[in-house]
Ligand binder design. Structure first.
Ligand SMILES: [Zn+2]
Length: 147
């Protein structure tokens, strides 16, 4: 049993419908259900496409790139968790407007986070009994030159 320096987190309940999302990080991929008929990404996971109501949905990799929609800096240790301060953010994937995740922005100063900032996914692995999950977190896109 390995004991990494990984912060305590409330872990998701993994079910067949969302397993692709919580385990994609094993391959370094952010995955969403996508309607194979009209290309709509379906999140939160649902057995039906919200656009055409079809059932032809299956997991697909996305780029892992997203944009910060809104964020707040948490200075308060409400419960055992990431070291404070940390950034709680809502990010929207670049592939589809409205597909948003509540996440943390990591690997940067909390005061460097901005609305509209381009970010990319990184994964934090957790073991929950026999199940392993990979929590998608986001870090600033590295741009050549600036920042
Ligand atoms: Zn559809």
């Amino acid at each position: 049993m390995s004991d990494h320096e990984v912060p305590f987190r409330i872990l998701p309940r993994v079910i067949d419908l969302n397993r692709h999302f919580w385990t994609g990080g094993e391959d370094g991929e952010l995955r969403f259900l996508r309607c194979q008929d009209d290309g709509t990404y379906v999140h939160p996971p649902s057995p039906r496409c919200p656009n055409c109501l079809g059932k032809n949905v299956s997991p697909e990799d996305v780029s892992g790139r997203a944009t910060v929609v809104t964020y707040s800096i948490n200075h308060q240790q409400w419960m055992p968790g990431p070291e404070v301060p940390y950034v709680v953010a809502i990010v929207e994937i670049v592939e589809q407007e409205g597909v948003r995740l509540t996440t943390n922005i990591v690997n940067c100063d909390v005061h460097a986070v901005r609305i509209g900032m381009p970010v990319r996914v990184v994964f934090e692995e957790h073991a929950d009994g026999d199940e392993r999950v990979w929590i998608p977190l986001f870090e600033p896109m590295k741009t050549d030159g600036e920042q």
